[in-house]
Design a protein around this ligand. Structure first.
Ligand SMILES: [Zn+2]
Length: 295
């Protein structure tokens, strides 16, 4: 059972706690280069705990939209190294170390398998020489308090699980890029997330029918990455239409292109769908800056 609730009424900032219920807030629902929405970064909040999954180039601005900032959010989980997901992390790192004067470093939940890649290929460029620390460059651990999920197995897949207060976060690897990858072993690191074994968010992924179908058996509500055209590194609307009815009927679509609300621009006459996800058997387009509250 879930409800969609308005947030930031009368200009109030979004609280980073709940009375115990699970809350998911998409700061954005747009694709990488969106101009009409924000990028698909989202907050998961339960009780006194919160985590921001991804902070892209527009992430700090998207936090400001809901009255927050990179110094208020104190726990992060990066899913992969595309800039719409990690482009805001330099601001997170530098503001927390040099500007907000918080006594604690922000937390980062990250599997060991991804940490070095994130640091050496992306964040180190702007952050490692911020100060001369006895001639040694800084490390990710100078900016973040690292929390390590445990490797385990779920539905026959290798997953990473982390207990964050009363929230259980399970990370699953996805088939996102390069577009030629046909198995996880050939793909660059990218993860989706299952919260409390009831809310599943695909993360960036190409269409990989088994992935949503398998997790639908344990998920109450699902959010799937969706683009309005075919090809490249995301699942297309056309491909998602081939999912079984019972999977579509619990799935919201997010990470969509700026022409999402103009189906004439992307639905062909030969298609067997309308481009209105509710009419096509989905839950609908996910909305940004509202709360999905799970009782
Ligand atoms: Zn991506």
């Amino acid at each position: 059972m879930h409800n969609i609730n308005e947030i930031c009424k009368d200009g109030q900032s979004l609280p980073l706690n709940t009375e115990g219920n699970l809350r998911v807030v998409f700061l954005g629902v747009g694709a990488a280069f969106t101009k009409r929405n924000r990028q698909s970064n989202f907050l998961i909040i339960q009780g006194e705990h919160h985590v921001l999954v991804d902070c892209g180039t527009l992430g700090p601005l998207a936090l400001d939209d809901v009255g927050l900032s990179v110094s208020k959010v104190q726990c992060y989980l990066p899913t992969h190294s595309h800039a719409d997901h990690i482009g805001g992390f330099e601001e997170v790192a530098l503001v927390n170390r040099y500007i907000s004067n918080s006594p604690n470093k922000p937390k980062m939940i990250i599997p060991k398998d991804y940490q070095d890649l994130l640091w050496t290929k992306s964040l180190a460029g702007g952050a490692e020489f911020c100060e001369a620390s006895q001639g040694q460059p800084l490390q990710l651990t100078d900016f973040f308090d690292i929390h390590r999920p445990k490797e385990t197995e779920l539905l026959g897949r290798k997953v990473w699980s982390f207990q964050h207060g009363s929230m259980e976060l399970v990370l699953m690897r996805t088939l996102h890029f390069p577009d030629s990858a046909v198995s996880i072993d050939e793909a660059q690191w990218c993860s989706g997330i299952l919260v409390n074994r009831r809310v599943w968010i695909s993360g960036d992924t190409m269409f990989d029918k088994d992935y949503p179908t398998q997790f639908s058996s344990i998920s109450e509500v699902m959010f799937h990455d969706c683009q309005t055209f075919q090809g490249g590194v995301h699942a297309s609307y056309r491909e998602l239409m081939t999912l079984p009815d019972e999977v579509r009927s619990k799935t919201y679509l997010y990470h969509y292109n700026d022409n999402w609300d103009d189906p004439k621009a992307w639905v062909k006459d030969s298609d067997n769908f309308t481009g209105d996800p509710v009419k096509d058997g989905f839950m609908g387009w996910a909305d940004q800056q509202v709360a999905y509250d799970f009782a």
